[in-house]
Ligand binder design. Sequence first.
Ligand SMILES: Nc1ncnc2c1ncn2[C@@H]1O[C@H](COP(=O)(O)OP(=O)(O)OP(=O)(O)O)[C@@H](O)[C@H]1O
Ligand SMILES: [Mg+2]
Length: 448
Amino acid sequence: MKKQKTVFFCNECGYESGKWLGRCPGCESWNSFIEEIVQEAASRSTAKRTAASRSLNDIETDERDRKSTNINEIDRVLGGGIVRGSLILIGGEPGIGKSTILIQIAANYSGNKVLYISGEESLAQIKLRADRLKTKGSNIFMLAETDLDSIQNCIEKEKPELVMIDSIQTVFSDSLTSAPGTVSQVREATARLMRMSKETGITIIIVGHVTKEGTLAGPRVLEHMVDTVLYFEGERHMSYRILRAVKNRFGSTNEIGVFEMSDSGLREIGNPSEIMLSGRPIDTSGSVVVSTIEGTRPMLIEIQALMSDTNLVMPRRTTNGVDANRISLLIAVLDKKIGLRISSMDAYVNVLGGLKISEPACDLGIVCAIASSFKDTAIDHKTVILGEVGLTGEIRNISHLDKRINEAARMGFDKCIIPAGDLMEQGKYKNIEILKFTGVRDVFDYLF
Ligand SMILES: Nc1ncnc2c1ncn2[C@@H]1O[C@H](COP(=O)(O)OP(=O)(O)OP(=O)(O)O)[C@@H](O)[C@H]1O
Ligand SMILES: [Mg+2]
């Protein structure tokens, strides 16, 4: 006998509650609870069921199980290609280009048959896009369907190598009473697809919408269930897009892929520094170029700071792309250790190009941008500044210095400020002058 029970789920984060709540304790969103009926399976005896285990050594693997998408930036983010039998989730805001990237993966995929299932667009609409992207696809098969059982049957019948589902929020199963897109439906669909991909070795890529808060619509458990979670991000008013791995069971999560959106689809950008620095103001105070490492790749980015007088008791610390706490800390160091009286001023710090930096190697760059704005003195626009700043105002060593300096030299910079503690041989770099400093105070004496 099956028991029926009613539970309430938060549609934003998947929080489960026995009664309706106005505000979700999990994600603090208002009015997000919806009622769903869950059917509990009648308890079965487990006495007769057994499963056999295998020795780890007996399990065969094959390195060739990775298939290239033939798009370098995507392969890099995935850790070298798509792993056979994995379930990949691509999340992104509306209109960012999720369907476009799917079609491009399908068109370039090095394997055999690709099945593209769309619950959002008609086949004619997809064809229009594919024509615009100049996709030649005798390998690509299309299906417009939202019913999970039909999708499963179709996959079993067609036996494709790669399945794409756009999007998981439109897929629904008859066996649940709740509406498509709700937490239980999304969870059920993902769980069934997961089982299918593991049993058959078919790779499945699903698209997930994100909410206005920027998290994947539907429960967080979705992220736990799949093998790889990729986020497709970008500034609305800019044409470039960044593909980022948030979770990857088969590769690093530090790598990013950079693309430009054009009418013929997403174009790979092999030289992101150039894009990140385009339109940079020359010889203006408050602007500094730093060299960051995204995954294994160095990238030059511009950091801007603006210090302004305030009549607020608590001065503002507004940041974009860097942690506000880190900025407060660096301002405190400048105020206390270097004697720059700025802690009672409003501080605005911005990382250009929509990137987020979290590594301490950019500290010195940020500090110099703040001081440059405060003193209203420009820093030479061909200087790159690298180093971590400690609480006593000392400059500490950073990782991957070689890569960072080479990238700066390649982009035509002629001076590079680095921590003195680095044991680099003299005259190693021909085209770029290396300046070593031990403390923030020395750097300021040199710059201003
Ligand atoms: N003719 C065009 N020229 C240039 N860019 C275009 C053109 N048509 C569409 N685009 C770009 O493609 C984007 C839409 O791409 P796509 O449909 O893949 O997005 P999506 O993430 O799948 O959206 P949704 O959330 O609605 O499914 C548009 O926002 C626009 O930037
Ligand atoms: Mg779409």
